[in-house]
Design a protein around this ligand. Structure first.
Ligand code: NI
Length: 280
């Protein structure tokens, strides 16, 4: 099986004007953690993540010096984003902006690294990504949440075996989690048959997930109230698979590419299509 190293770097930035009415790309960087250019006043705040692959240098162990990735994103991608947003305003979709940024960043990625994925985060919960394998396709990933109770129990096992396997999670009356779900859908935003410039219109996407997933699972006892789990143990793995099946026929003209379910911040499972891969 082929293996590869993948390195990801994130830069945070704002591209709106400062109090002097300028976007000052000569401004020194004093707080790259908080973002550069800084978000002066109430302005959009974005993140760009570049993932590169290749072979690390045998001496330094570096696949690519992250300073070079920062420089590339700050000298190429961010000014280009600022220019495009200035020309077309915030009506430029995130998908279109990412498609403009991809070739510029891919062409300038320092050799021998190769740009594998470029992700634009428009909020901490909403991101758009392009992968090298299919650069015309954009994947939209949005987080949702629901709370539910479940009991991990298999009728095929004895009570002792159930207790040994599932421990406290076998409690007969169940227990609860605040689940976070990341749903990823993929489409060529310029392809015919959908809303131009976007994978799916975001409000429509949110309505679809709310109707077909959140309304079905939220504040329910999964074993007792959700038919899909009547004979299926509601493990986080099975929850990811059930959510995928609940949604897959409802996201046209996009394709459901991945569902990732966090049962806790330490435990998550995902189910997705191999051709698009996990959304992260
Ligand atoms: Ni549990």
């Amino acid at each position: 099986m082929a293996t590869a190293i993948r390195l990801t770097r994130e830069v945070r930035f704002s591209v709106d004007r400062d109090w002097a009415g300028q976007i000052d790309f000569d401004r020194p960087i004093h707080n790259s953690w908080g973002g550069w250019p800084s978000a002066v006043g109430l302005v959009p705040y974005l993140c760009l993540r570049a993932s590169v692959t290749g072979s690390p240098d045998p001496v330094t162990g570096y696949l690519c010096n992250i300073k070079r990735i920062d420089e590339l994103l700050r000298s190429t991608a961010i000014p280009l984003a600022a220019r495009k947003l200035d020309q077309r305003g915030w009506k430029l979709s995130a998908e279109q902006l990412l498609q403009i940024l991809w070739p510029a960043v891919a062409a300038e990625t320092p050799s021998p690294a190769t740009l594998a994925e470029l992700t634009l985060l428009s909020t901490p919960y909403l991101r758009y990504a392009i992968k090298r394998e299919q650069t015309e396709m954009v994947t939209l990933t949005q987080q949702f949440e629901f709370s539910a109770a479940h009991r991990l129990h298999c009728p095929a096992l004895s009570d002792d075996e159930n207790r040994q396997t599932f421990g406290k999670c076998n409690n007969p009356h169940g227990h609860g989690h605040n689940y976070v779900v990341e749903v990823s859908v993929t489409r060529d935003p310029e392809a015919a048959g959908g809303a131009p410039g976007c994978v799916l219109p975001l409000p429509e996407f949110e309505r679809i997930v709310d109707t077909h997933v959140i309304e079905v699972l939220d504040h329910k006892h999964l074993n007792e109230q959700v038919p899909q789990f009547a004979a299926l143990n509601p493990s986080v793995e099975n929850i990811a698979r059930v959510i995928f099946d609940l949604l897959k026929d409802h996201v046209a003209p996009a394709t459901l590419s991945n569902v990732k379910v966090f049962e806790t911040p330490k435990t998550w499972a995902e189910y997705g299509r191999a051709e698009y891969g996990p959304a992260e």
